[in-house]
Design a protein around this ligand. Structure first.
Ligand SMILES: Nc1nc2c(ncn2[C@@H]2O[C@H](COP(=O)(O)OP(=O)(O)OP(=O)(O)O)[C@@H](O)[C@H]2O)c(=O)[nH]1
Ligand SMILES: [Mg+2]
Ligand SMILES: [Zn+2]
Length: 377
């Protein structure tokens, strides 16, 4: 591809569209994040690791279409990938978990991804008997098109952490790490962009000495979101979380150390997920959960405990789409004087006049501006 681009834009000084697009797609997030949010706790993290939710098709559309053509023929069993161990996928067919390798042609089709198969993928597979006639390993022949994907950008490659989730439980915490509404807003934008329903859970309510949680809950429930407080330690809100998870496939996302694994253990003590302490020097989590895995809940439904990430990447969300994911802006946007209003400096901006009339909160408006500036930097 790179060669082709050069050939086309051969004349010196001529702009090459391919290069521009590649630049725009590259996550320059870590650098921007540091610039814009100096003073924030997230700032110190220089690790180029980020997470985003990408809408159904974005990068995998072409590949999934190719694969779905021969959907019926291939593989006589179906199941869900519950975990990845290197190149081996663990596939649950409802009766047992089969270790499966991936047919090489599938790996080739999905070469742009770090993994051909990921947790949450619905697959068809065949099981072949070994020399003694024992069935113990399968081969994945086909992957169903993905619905909602939680993605991470690492080393300039997009890696799907989990596929096919209905809902994302955005976990934040009071105390340590401290409550950061801007981070909640970032997750909301990305989750909306991925066509996934967000639910907000503010954990560690036992540590809410400054009584910050009620105002945050009022803000988000006022916007129409399901939002509730919880404590994995005291058990408060755990029943609500269990109800939310019931019968759905949910991804649990949020900063490291907010208590995602602890909450899931509280929902179902048999899960026994590893829990880490919070580093008291930088007040951050220690990235205890390192790989995503799909967990079947005793009460019905699946949940994916994902590793907390240090920064949250929004590069998958088109710049002009951000406003649409601020639900309270939406009714005002058509009343802006200019169709391409960014709601920052323009005259006749209906979003800003709603802000002046307290129909939009300062906090949310600032969150929006921060995201916009970051994307434009
Ligand atoms: N006081 C209090 N501490 C909690 C609560 N929930 C979790 N913790 C503590 O917070 C720390 C981090 O919890 P984890 O469950 O490992 O956090 P995580 O979000 O899974 O973190 P990563 O796996 O690194 O992404 C542990 O020391 C927990 O004991 C809570 O409700 N109250
Ligand atoms: Mg964890
Ligand atoms: Zn406007």
């Amino acid at each position: 591809m790179a060669k082709k681009g050069k050939g086309r834009g051969g004349k010196p000084g001529q702009k090459v569209r391919v290069d521009f697009r590649r630049n725009r797609n590259r996550p320059s997030r870590t650098k921007d994040w540091t610039h814009l949010h100096s003073g924030d706790e997230e700032k110190a993290d220089a690790v180029p690791l980020s997470e985003s939710v990408v809408a159904k098709g974005d990068l995998s559309r072409r590949r999934t279409i190719i694969e779905s053509d021969d959907a019926e023929r291939k593989g006589d069993r179906s199941g869900v990938v519950v975990a990845m161990r290197g190149l081996i996928a663990e596939v649950d067919d409802g009766e047992r978990v089969w270790p499966c390798t991936v047919r090489r042609v599938l790996r080739t089709l999905r070469i742009a991804e770090r993994q051909a198969i990921t947790v949450g993928d619905r697959v068809r597979f065949t099981v072949e008997a070994d020399a003694d006639g024992v069935l113990n390993e399968g081969v994945i022949e086909h992957v169903e098109p993905r619905q909602g994907e939680l993605k991470r950008v690492a080393k300039n490659r997009i890696h799907t952490v989990v596929a096919n989730v209905d809902q994302a439980i955005i976990v934040a915490s009071a105390g340590i790490p401290s409550l950061k509404p801007h981070l909640i807003d970032r997750y909301l934008v990305a989750v909306h962009h991925g066509d996934i329903t967000p639910v907000i859970c503010i954990n560690k309510c036992d540590l809410d000495a400054d009584n910050e949680i009620p105002a945050a809950l009022a803000l988000y429930t006022g916007l129409g979101y399901t939002a509730f407080a919880a404590s994995a330690t005291t058990g408060e809100g755990v029943d609500t979380l269990r109800d939310q998870l019931h019968g759905k496939c949910s991804a649990v996302a949020g900063q490291s150390g907010v208590g995602k694994s602890s909450l899931l253990n509280a929902v179902d003590p048999d899960l026994n997920l590893r829990v880490g302490d919070v580093n008291l020097e930088n007040l951050k989590g220690r990235h205890t959960t390192t790989t995503a895995h799909l967990i079947k809940l005793a009460g019905g439904g699946y949940v994916v405990d994902t590793p907390g990430v240090r920064s949250f990447d929004l590069s998958a969300v088109p710049l002009n789409e951000i406003e649409a994911h601020f639900v309270e802006f939406v009714p005002h946007i058509p009343n802006c004087r200019f169709a391409d209003c960014t709601h920052t400096h323009e005259h006749g901006c209906a979003v800003k006049s709603a802000l002046e009339k307290d129909q939009i909160t300062e906090q949310r408006y600032e969150s929006y501006v921060r995201m916009l500036q970051e994307r434009m930097a």
